[in-house]
Design a protein around this ligand. Sequence first.
Ligand SMILES: Cc1cc2nc3c(=O)[nH]c(=O)nc-3n(C[C@H](O)[C@H](O)[C@H](O)COP(=O)(O)O)c2cc1C
Length: 321
Amino acid sequence: MTKNNTTIILAPLQGFTDVTFRNVFSDNFSGVDEAVAPFISTMGQKRLKPSRIKDVDPENNKKLFVVPQILGNVANDFIFLADHLYEMGHKKINWNLGCPHSKIAKKNRGSGLLMYPDKIDAFLDTILPKISNTLSIKLRLGRKSKDEIFNLLPILNKYPLDEIILHPRTGIQMYEGTSDHDAFEKALLCSQHALTYNGDITDLNTFHIVQKKFPCIIRFMIGRGLLSNPFLAEDIKGVLVNKNQIDRLKKFHDDLFDNYQTIFSGPAHLTGRMKGFWRYLGPSFKDSRKQLKKILKADSITKYQDMVEAFFKTETEFIKK
Ligand SMILES: Cc1cc2nc3c(=O)[nH]c(=O)nc-3n(C[C@H](O)[C@H](O)[C@H](O)COP(=O)(O)O)c2cc1C
């Protein structure tokens, strides 16, 4: 049973869940209540990357409530970006302490900072009195060890935070293995902040397992599960109608394609972006391997469109439930 107050948050997925995706998704599916946008890196105090700022422009984000996410570890640069976001209208922001990629972690950003709770303490102590936005944090259990979080949570307890979104893996684990539910439970006991669960909710069954294990959790963040099954949030909320699913997916695809076509200048850029989605969505159709391979191999826009047309004609069953 899904509780009435269950909130589903679209996870930030760099290269996937940008403003175009978020708007097209909201036009075609229901059930997702809000989103955290893919991270915006701090770039000193004089520079802002226009495309990243545009991604969270409230003017373009009217369909789904969005919280911008900042990646960075220099307090003054963070304050500069947070202020800019506040002036744009963002009352809430999120700090990325989870990014697992070694290039980022090596610079003590993302999950790389989790080994240094004192640095996080000093950072929050400096920024929180100076920013006007409220802050949530998205993190992993640690960089190298899943115990790192237990040194950090008492520090986070000292500060006012909107919530902590926890993906219970370590940074070096990347996406290997499974989400560690025992560690999540331990973190729940040690945190005075509201926790949001994030990790490996891929279908109704995995959602129910998490919900049953953590009855006090009402906010769930889902990333890859929504890419592979865009109906998942409708299913969780009990509003999924088992009708016209293939037609709905085709319309979703076509809307995404049309929108990206107006944004990306080069054909490889456009097909590359669309193929990214297919890698998640394609395997959710019954016996789709051969047809999917043809889409992923398409080396021109025309070929890509022909292969997608053929895919939707032959694939008649969406099996991901
Ligand atoms: C391609 C990709 C890009 C991601 N980009 C971000 C990001 O920009 N910020 C962030 O906090 N997490 C990012 N993540 C992590 C996801 O938000 C999420 O924590 C992770 O995928 C686990 O959730 P899931 O199992 O529901 O996908 C990314 C993950 C993937 C696979």
